[in-house]
Every structure is written in structure tokens, then in C-alpha cells.
Design a protein around this ligand. Structure first.
Ligand SMILES: NC(=O)c1ccc[n+]([C@@H]2O[C@H](COP(=O)([O-])OP(=O)(O)OC[C@H]3O[C@@H](n4cnc5c(N)ncnc54)[C@H](O)[C@@H]3O)[C@@H](O)[C@H]2O)c1
Ligand SMILES: N[C@@H](CCC=O)C(=O)O
Length: 579
């Protein structure tokens, strides 16, 4: 432990050290983290993963609140309750008891974020950056298997889906954000007239940032918290109840990487209560949200009302990415086997619980029968049943399943009801699947539904599960079907065109310009990679600030322009003011 005198000495030394640096280069090796394949021969990886899965399955953990680095538990003589986070593949198995913040805890978290602000914003960029670079390295090495296990068990992912989320995408966000921040800071006024020096100072926002994070991607939670924090902001973080285990592990890794106390304050709890406390604070400076459109709209409205009622000092920044009703448009010229396999992945991997998941397909009449037969045949042939889930068991072949459970009972019931509704609706026909089983976990089988109504609710509503709706269009009405897709849904997140015909690709790309913030040509509409496909959609899908790009960082700074003048005036008049 360093003594107070020693700390002062150390900080004086570090100030002298800083004074010698005008700028630093960031590490050169910032590139996408490779995905570990977990193939048949990768026995060492499987063994390490099994050990981590076993660890999390064999004991229920306690997830505390973390306020100014201090742990607060539900059973420490207070009135705090807890939420039992269960394994969605085995709903009787409690993975973690998650402490629920009281209103008082939220107030403390806000205060902690305010108190930590000055030191954090004054910390040099490369020190803040080092925390995130170190965290990315810890996650992709020492904590890789624990993080995979926490995400697989808690959020119902198979190993591949967990790997591309909580390891690769997460490390990519932390590392590329450092690169983007470095680039942003180096953007400076292009001109300084003789005798003048102009500078742009990228101040963090005045106040604190509120991060409200979804269950489905540990990486998204990391970015919602990490992006503002990297830019010198302090954060109050309300995680999703059903992702609390992996999210808490993430916070502990950030702490091990050197994140100072109070920079991120973790307050799982009743979302309405936590949010009410946060949005009534004068220093609330920004919302960084990912989740459903309905919740985002509500928060957007509350913040606007707060502005009207003079609650805040600033106009809070509102950054939100929300739902989608993402399409695969298949042209008569498409390579059909490729479109089939891409659609199976897009619609059914991670049980369709990606905001980007394919949930509507437009297929020309001439190729519809072949498409549906191939879809069903492939699903059948590879036994893509939802019961044999990787998250369900850690023994034997069960780890190798393609699909797992949906997240919770509420989601199961919503999807099962939609399938029941489809069975009764004369405009809908279930052409594959429709199986639901909640006896041990929340399992919904991959389901394909055909509709005759181009405006059917199944083509407009986000179900957030493995339900795919297909509409057949006449081959000679490709232009009209592009217009139809554009108008059918309120969302604008992702979409794909499958075609060999270049003119068809151009027509689709132009007609669907605003229908998708991420538009794919001959690829599935999921799986954006940080720094490669900048992610986000407009319309009711969000503010489209593009996670995975440098754009998002702009939303968490408030630029100050500094002009310094080296000359002194000798007269107030200009040359044209002669008498
Ligand atoms: N566009 C994207 O980048 C993106 C990425 C992932 C998920 N999503 C969307 O997220 C949704 C699925 O995630 P989810 O089920 O976690 O979403 P959700 O909206 O239920 O929850 C998201 C977060 O909001 C909180 N929340 C819920 N109700 C609230 C309220 N009344 N006030 C304040 N906070 C509240 C939750 O506790 C959670 O932390 C889908 O709609 C999906 O499309 C979008
Ligand atoms: N970035 C992910 C989507 C995350 C949404 O849930 C993808 O592109 O599939």
C-alpha cells in the first residue's frame, strides 16, 4: 500500500512525465480479435471452457451493486431485494442472485459518478486508454473461458455466439475505440492565422452518462459503458437483469485493468425506479441505450419532458439503438442454396435474438417452393432442434448445438402465443417448426411462416425470436417489392439483397436506401464486425450513431475551441475606420 506522501510524490512524478509528451502513438496491432473456432480438434479450448462452465454451474454467485468501487449486497441488513438470474436452458438453475438497487443506492451511484469525474477527466488519454486496452487483453486471455461461460449460461448462447460477442466484439470495441478516440483528439482546427493558435479540446460531457444495456450482447453493454468512459465521462450503469452475471464479470475485469473507483457505478434494479432517479438529476448529461424501441421511446419522451421542465443544465445527448424487422430480399437471379444457408443463420442463430436477425423474407414465386423446401430440408437434416442446447448441459455432445433457449419466460410466452395465433390465422401458414417446450428451459424451435398478406403484422412486428415470415412476390414485380419492403415496417436497421443481376442489386440498393442502416449484398443481415460494418439503423431503430465506428465517440464529448492570441493591440480601429 502506498503512503499518502508516496502517492503525492508519485503523482508529481507522473505530472513531470506527462509534461514531456506532446502526443503518443497508439499500439500498432489494433486489429479484429480472431474468433476461436472451437472445432473438433480444439480439445484444449474445450477443456478450459468446460472447467469454466462447471464453475458457474456448480454454485450460485452473488452479484452486488458496485458504487464507488464498494460492493453492496442484498443481504447486508438493508431492505434491498434480489433478482434470481437463472439459466434459460434450465430455468430451475439459479446462476446468480442479483442485488437490486434502492432509490438511495441510485442516488449514491450518481454522487459517486460526479465525485470521480474531475480526476478521471484530468487523467491523460493514454492512461484512460491503457485501462481499456488492458481489459481487452485480459478478456481475450486470462478471462476468456470464464466470460464465455458466464455469457453462454446466463444469456443462452452456444460457444460460437458467445465467442463473437463477449470476446471478439467486446475486445474490438475496447481496442478500436482507443484508435478512434486518438484520431478524434487529433482533429484540430485546420487554420491558425499569423499570431494565433487555435485548438479543439474534446471535453467529456458536463455531468454523468446513464448507460442502460440489453441482455443479448455482453459486448454491447461493454460499449455502452466503455465508449463514454474512455472519453473521460463517468457512468451510472443499469445492466439488464438477465445479463447481470457476465456484466458484473466485465466490471471486475475493468477494475483489474485499473479502472478507478466511481468511474463506472453498477446498479442493477427495477428499471423504472433506477431511471426515475437518474432522469431527475440536474447533472444527467446523456443516455446511452440499447434495447427495445418501446422502452427507448419512453425514455426519449421523459428526457424531452425534463428539458421542457428545466430539470437539466444541458440538453442531454440521447444515443439509442433499438429494434428491427430485418429483411432478406431474394431476386430471381440469386444463388438459392447460398440464400437458404444465409437465411438459416440470419434468422435462427442465437434463436433470432439479435436486433439484426432476419425476420422477413421476400422470395419470387418462381423460386419459393425450392427455397422453402431447402430451408425445411436443411433444418431437418441437421437436426436444428432447440432442445440439444450448448448452454443446457456441459457434458458430451450437448455443447455443440446450433440453437439454444430464448432468454426468459416472458419472451417464451410472447413467441409461443404468436405461433398459436399463426395457427388460427387464415392469412398465415406454418411451413416449418412451431414447436415450443418450456418443461426445462425456454425453447422455441425454428419456425417459418408464410403469409399471403404483404402488410401482415408478422411482416411488421419485431418478435425477437426464431420466427421467420416469408412473403412470395410475382417475379415481374421486383421494383414494387422493393417499394413494399421500404414501406412495410417502421424500422430501418438491417437488410440484405441476394442477387447475381447487378441491375437488381443497384435498384434494391437505391430503393432501400433508408430501409436499413446496415445493408448487405449477398450476405446475411446479421454479424456486423467492429470497424468493418459500422452498426446501427435509423427510423424507429435508433439514432444511428454507428457503434463500431468513431462517430459514436463524438456524442460523448462537448468540444471547446480555444483561441490564443500572441500579439497585443495598439489601436481599436480597423484600417477602414480612418477619420
Ligand atoms: N439496434 C441495436 O443495436 C440493438 C442491439 C441489441 C438489442 N437491441 C434491441 O433490444 C431488444 C432486446 O433487448 P432487451 O430485451 O434487453 O430490451 P429491453 O428494452 O427490454 O431492455 C433493455 C434495457 O432497458 C431496461 N428497461 C426496460 N424497461 C425499462 C423502463 N421502463 N425504463 C428504463 N429502462 C428499462 C432493461 O432493464 C434493460 O436494461 C430488442 O428490441 C432488440 O432489437 C437493439
Ligand atoms: N452487431 C450485431 C447485432 C447486435 C444486435 O443485437 C449484428 O450485426 O448481428
Amino acid at each position: 500500500m502506498l503512503s499518502r506522501a508516496r502517492i503525492c510524490q508519485t503523482s508529481r512524478q507522473s505530472a513531470r512525465f506527462i509534461a514531456q509528451l506532446s502526443s503518443v502513438n497508439i499500439p500498432k496491432q489494433i486489429t479484429n480479435e480472431p474468433v476461436k473456432p472451437f472445432g473438433l480438434t480444439d480439445t484444449k479450448d474445450w477443456d478450459l471452457l468446460r472447467a469454466s462452465l462447471m464453475k458457474f454451474k456448480s454454485s450460485s454467485l452473488e452479484v452486488p451493486l458496485v458504487i464507488n468501487g464498494e460492493r453492496r449486497y442484498y443481504n447486508d441488513q438493508t431492505k434491498r431485494g434480489f433478482f434470481a438470474q437463472t439459466n434459460p436452458a434450465h430455468h430451475q438453475q439459479v446462476l446468480a442472485t442479483v442485488t437490486q438497487a434502492t432509490r438511495g443506492d441510485v442516488k449514491d451511484a450518481i454522487q459517486a459518478a460526479k465525485d470521480a469525474k474531475k480526476k478521471w477527466l484530468e487523467m491523460p488519454f493514454y492512461d484512460r486508454a491503457a485501462v481499456f486496452l488492458r481489459a481487452a487483453d485480459l478478456l481475450s486471455t486470462k478471462y476468456r473461458y470464464d466470460m464465455l461461460a458466464a455469457t453462454m449460461l446466463g444469456q443462452g448462447k452456444n460457444v460460437y455466439q458467445a465467442e463473437i460477442d463477449c470476446i471478439t466484439e467486446l475486445s474490438d470495441f475496447f481496442r478500436f475505440n482507443v484508435k478512434y478516440a486518438h484520431e478524434l483528439y487529433s482533429q484540430q482546427p485546420l487554420e491558425s492565422s499569423p499570431g494565433v493558435w487555435n485548438k479543439a479540446e474534446y471535453r467529456p460531457l458536463e455531468g454523468f452518462v446513464y448507460a442502460v444495456t440489453p441482455f443479448n450482447f455482453t459486448a454491447i453493454a461493454a460499449n455502452l459503458v466503455g465508449a463514454p468512459a474512455l472519453m473521460g465521462n463517468t457512468v451510472v450503469w443499469k445492466p439488464s437483469q438477465t445479463a447481470a452475471l457476465s456484466n458484473y464479470l466485465l466490471l471486475t475485469v475493468l477494475e483489474e485493468a485499473g479502472l478507478p473507483k466511481g468511474v463506472v457505478n453498477f446498479v442493477p434494479g427495477n428499471p423504472v425506479e433506477v431511471t426515475e432517479e437518474v432522469l431527475s438529476d440536474k447533472d444527467f448529461a446523456a443516455l446511452h441505450f440499447t434495447g427495445s424501441t418501446a422502452v427507448f421511446k419512453q425514455l426519449y419522451g421523459s428526457i424531452q419532458q425534463g428539458v421542457v421542465n428545466d430539470v437539466y443544465r444541458d440538453y442531454p445527448r440521447i444515443v439509442g439503438e433499438t429494434g428491427g424487422k430485418n429483411f432478406h430480399l431474394i431476386h430471381p437471379s440469386a444463388n438459392l442454396p447460398h440464400a437458404v444457408l444465409s437465411t438459416i443463420r440470419g434468422a435462427f442463430e442465437f434463436q433470432g435474438q439479435k436486433c439484426s436477425a432476419t425476420s422477413r423474407v421476400y422470395i419470387p414465386k418462381s423460386r419459393s417452393e425450392e427455397f422453402l423446401k431447402d430451408m425445411a430440408g436443411t433444418l431437418q437434416q441437421h437436426k436444428i432442434t432447440p432442445v440439444n442446447t450448448s448452454a443446457g448441459s456441459i457434458s458430451g455432445g450437448d455443447l455443440h448445438g446450433f440453437m439454444g433457449p430464448v432468454i426468459h419466460e416472458q419472451s417464451f410466452d410472447k413467441l409461443a402465443n404468436a405461433i398459436e395465433e399463426a395457427k388460427k390465422d387464415p392469412e398465415l401458414e406454418i411451413v416449418y417448426g412451431g414447436h415450443c417446450d418450456k418443461s426445462t428451459g425456454w425453447f422455441i424451435g425454428p419456425t417459418i411462416i408464410k403469409t399471403t398478406n404483404p402488410n401482415h403484422k408478422f411482416l411488421t412486428t419485431e418478435f425477437f425470436g426464431p420466427i421467420l415470415t416469408v412473403y412470395e412476390y410475382p417475379d415481374d414485380q421486383f421494383t414494387q417489392v422493393c417499394q413494399l419492403i421500404d414501406k412495410t415496417s417502421v424500422y430501418g436497421l438491417t437488410g440484405s439483397i441476394f442477387a447475381k443481376d447487378r441491375e437488381a442489386i443497384i435498384l434494391a440498393s437505391e430503393t432501400l436506401r433508408y430501409s436499413a442502416g446496415n445493408f448487405y449484398i449477398n450476405d446475411k443481415c446479421t454479424g456486423a464486425v467492429v470497424a468493418q460494418q459500422w452498426f446501427g439503423g435509423a427510423r424507429m431503430s435508433g439514432t444511428n450513431d454507428k457503434a463500431g465506428s468513431g462517430n459514436i465517440l463524438n456524442r460523448f464529448v462537448s468540444v471547446r475551441n480555444v483561441k490564443e492570441n500572441f500579439y497585443e493591440l495598439t489601436d481599436f480601429k480597423y484600417p477602414s475606420n480612418y477619420e
